[in-house]
Every structure is written in C-alpha cells, then in structure tokens.
Design a protein around this ligand. Structure first.
Ligand code: BES
Ligand code: MN
Ligand code: ZN
Length: 477
C-alpha cells in the first residue's frame, strides 16, 4: 500500500481543502433546477448515474459531481462506489487534498474513499505516487458520524491489508513472513496469536500441511489467532483460510500460464488474517478464532510423490493422486483443529478450484455448507458487503467419486463438478454436528484487470463479508 490518505470529519471544510466532491442523484440533475451548472454537465454527458463523475467550475472553483444513481436505489453500495470513483479521480488530477459532502452512509463512503485510493507500488519506484494526503468529509460532524467513519476506515484498512498480502510476490511473502505479519497485527487489545513452526506441526501430526510442504525448502507455519470479546457466554466462530503462499502445483506441475497468478493462493488466509486485524476496531460480541495453514506448493527433490498417502490430523488417510489439489490437504488439518475446539460455527475460505470460475465466472465465490441457517447468514453478510456468492450443493451421492482403493479417500474427484468434490472432501474433516460453510474464492480473490473497487491484483474479497458475518452472528437453532 502506498501511504493511505488521512480521513477526517468536519462540519465545514477549511478553504484549503482542495477539490470538492458533491454526490448527486439522477433526480437532482434531471429536474434541471438548483445551483448545478447544467450546460457544463450536459457537455460531459453527466446525468448522475452511479459511477459517473463530472468536473465543473462554479464561481471560479472546481467541483466534482459524483453520480449516486436514482434516489430510490441508493444504498451503502452506491456510497461506497461514489467514494471509489471520487478517490480515483482525485488521484488522476493529482489533488493533494479533497473534501466530499456526505451524511447518509458515511461508513460506506469512507470505505470507498480509501479503497479507491489503494495502489500497490512498493516494488515500482518509477510509479508516480498518489499525491492525495487528506480527505475531509463534510456534513454533520456528530459523534455518530465520526464513529461510523472510523468503522469504515477500519474495514477499508483491513481490505487493503488483504490486498497487500495477496499482491506481495510468493518468493517474498514466505510462510514465515506471512506469520510475522499476522503477529504484528495481533498486538492489539483482545487479540492473541500462537504460531506453530515445523517441529510443532510435526508434533501436532498435521499430515496434510507436512505433505504439501515436503517439496519446499521453506518451513511451514500454522497460525492460530484469537479474538476474545469479553462478553460473557458469547459463542465462538471459527475462521479457516487457505494459505498457499505460492502454488506451483507440486510434481503435478502447473503450466507457465496457470502459475502466473499463483501468489494469490493465500487469498483465503489473507482475508482471514485481515478480518482478524480489524476486530479490535469493530468489537463484535462473538469470540472469533482463526486457523491458518501456510506453505508453498513446490517440487523439491523430496516432494510428495503422486500416489503417496498422507494421514490428516483427524486420523483419516488421503491418497494424493494430484499434488496440485493441495489446498484441501492443508485445510483438512486446519478444519480438524477448528472442530476440536467445538465452535458454534466454522467458515473456511480458499482459492480452491479453477472449476469455481468455470461454473460461476470470476466475480462469484462458490458457497457450500452443511447447515442452511449458517449458509443463509453467510449469504446475508455477503449481500450487505456487496460481495457475490452463489450456493452449490454437497450431494452425498458424489462422495463415491473420492473413493480410493488404498486410503480413506483420494484428493481428486472426477472430471466434472470439481468445486463440489473439493467441498465434499473438506466435509470429511468437519464434525457433522458443527455448522460449517466453505467459500471457494478462486475467482474473486484476484482481479486480472481493474474492478469497480480496486486495481488489478489482490481484491481483498471476503474481508467485508467476514466482518459482517461475525458482527451479526446469531445463534443457530
Ligand atoms: N490454487 C488452485 C486453484 C486456483 C486456480 C485458484 C486458478 C485460483 C485460480 C488449486 O490449488 C488447484 O490447483 N486446483 C486444481 C484442482 C485439481 C487438480 C483437482 C484445479 O482447479 O485445477
Ligand atoms: Mn493447486
Ligand atoms: Zn492451490
């Protein structure tokens, strides 16, 4: 992340506060009344639609009108988008400071302003750094507004943290460095962390993580993070994230093209660690515990061979028939550990299968679950976050596709329904009486080109869904 601008709240902006953003609805423009310079707007084809902007001059000062769309359909998502487009425009015109009017959904607006300011330029000294230093939000500077803005800032910082983790190349964000990043953000009240190294992972018999790590020169890590809300009798939610810091495929090696974005294969882990980092700001009532297995998937001289059998933490054995189906092996151990602590509900996040993109395209995560109520809470949390999920079934009749002649199961199914057979594999490591949901984020974790909310690269997908989910958790019946 380049240094993010500072967001402040004020009743009125000081005269020096730079480019002035004014969010407007289509009705405000369509009525043709009021103080807007309609000739200038017409010339730019601006009619207040969501995502549109126009630069106009009023009384010698430049204003930026920002479309919110039709007033009827204005939602948090519209304010977030308005923030994104304004921040991008401010970046383009190299504004050092901006002000924006807004007193409706200021949390979403604040989120958008910071998400739109994001770029990953640590490794590109020649890139022109963003000039934007301060953003002033003008409107009611009440306590409530200020708190909402602070919450929005915390959420956006977590999303940008997840983006940074995904964008950092695989040879740089090693398991050890990733675990250290988790440790750094855990130095906040209410958070604690435990990091298992190779010896402890061996002692804990995490056979899936060890099997995937066997082809690597770098030791693995198993990170456990914990948020204690301090609320008496609060339920605990478990988060599990796939942390493959680079997926070469192992001996079942990927093609050069298939490998080119595989630094993103810790996108689930990034979402989990980043969401945990924001909990001291959000302060959910529920307790939250996270299990994050970290390793790369390489092909060193002693790499797991095709046909090797691994024994997972819960005692089940797996015949590895494709070393590129490694995510489910490390998740199997982490899910087993999560179940041992008997949480009220579990959600895992993983860039797990290319098949998820085949079925749902790049923008949707595939949701699978063993509990309809929990699945509905995930769908609701994603909806409020404006992140797309679509549920797939986990039919028991497909379980036989994982049958192995020599072990409890093999790590690949047939040629079809690859996301579902991966989900069924994971289900083998979850106690049937614990509510569990699985989000396959292979598509939305990484953007091959710029999106509505951010540049090419890591998107921070699912951080906002996770924060909504833990904040609005209601006990399952
Ligand atoms: N990390 C990949 C899945 C992936 C692909 C994520 C593209 C993001 C973009 C995963 O480890 C993998 O390689 N899955 C295999 C499974 C197969 C061997 C059963 C796949 O999808 O091809
Ligand atoms: Mn793989
Ligand atoms: Zn992978």
């Amino acid at each position: 992340m380049s240094t993010a601008p500072v967001l402040r709240v004020a009743r009125a902006a000081p005269a020096t506060s730079g480019l002035h953003g004014v969010p407007v609805t289509t009705e405000q423009i369509g009525e043709g009344a009021g103080a807007f310079p309609f000739k200038q707007l017409e010339a730019q084809g601006f009619d207040g639609k969501l995502g549109e902007t126009a630069l106009v001059t009023v009384d010698d000062s430049v204003q930026c009108l920002i479309g919110l769309g039709e007033s009827e359909s204005v939602s948090g998502a519209s304010w977030r988008r308005a923030g994104v487009v304004f921040a991008r425009l401010a970046g383009k015109v190299k504004a050092a400071s901006v002000q924006i009017d807004g007193d409706t959904d200021v949390a979403a607006l604040a989120e958008g302003l910071l998400l739109g300011s994001y770029s990953y330029d640590e490794l590109k000294p020649s890139a022109s750094k963003s000039a934007l230093k301060t953003i002033t939000l003008t409107g009611s500077a009440s306590k409530k507004t200020t708190a909402a803005v602070q919450a929005g800032v915390a959420v956006a910082q977590a999303v940008c943290f997840a983006r940074d983790l995904v964008n950092e190349p695989g040879g740089s964000l090693t398991p050890q460095r990733f675990a250290n990043e988790a440790k750094r953000v855990s130095r906040q009240p209410g958070l604690s962390i435990k990091i298992l190294g190779l010896a402890e992972i061996r002692k804990a018999r995490l056979g899936g993580l060890l099997g995937v790590n066997r082809g690597s020169d770098l030791p693995p890590r198993l990170v456990e993070m914990s948020w204690k809300s301090g609320v008496k009798g609060a339920p605990t939610i478990a988060l599990v994230g796939k942390g493959i810091t680079f997926d070469a495929g192992g001996l079942s090696i990927k093609s050069a093209a298939g490998m080119s974005t595989m630094k993103c294969d810790m996108g689930g882990a990034a979402a989990v660690v980043a969401a945990m980092s924001a909990l001291p700001s959000i302060k959910p009532k529920a307790n939250v515990r996270a299990w994050v297995p970290m390793t790369d998937n390489m092909l060193g001289g002693d790499a797991t061979r095709v046909g090797d059998v691994l024994k997972i933490r819960n005692g089940k054995t797996v015949e590895v028939l494709n070393t590129d189906a490694e995510g489910r092996l490390v998740l199997a151990d982490a899910l087993s550990l999560a179940c041992e602590s008997k949480p009220a509900a579990i959600i895992d996040l993983a860039t797990l299968t290319g098949a998820a993109m085949v079925s749902l395209g790049r923008d949707y995560a595939a949701l699978m679950a063993n509990n309809d109520e929990w699945a509905a809470q995930v769908e609701q949390a994603a909806e409020s976050a404006d992140e797309l999920v679509w549920r797939l079934p986990l039919p028991a009749r497909y379980r036989k596709l994982l049958d192995s002649p020599i072990a409890d199961m093999k790590n690949i199914g047939g040629p079809y329904g690859g996301s579902i057979t991966a989900g069924l594999f994971l289900q083998e490591f979850v106690d049937a009486d614990i509510a569990w949901a699985h989000l396959d984020i292979a598509g939305p974790a990484f953007a091959e080109s710029a999106t509505e909310h951010g540049p090419r690269g890591g998107t921070g997908y699912a951080v906002r869904t996770l924060l909504n989910l833990v904040d609005s958790f209601t006990r399952l019946g």
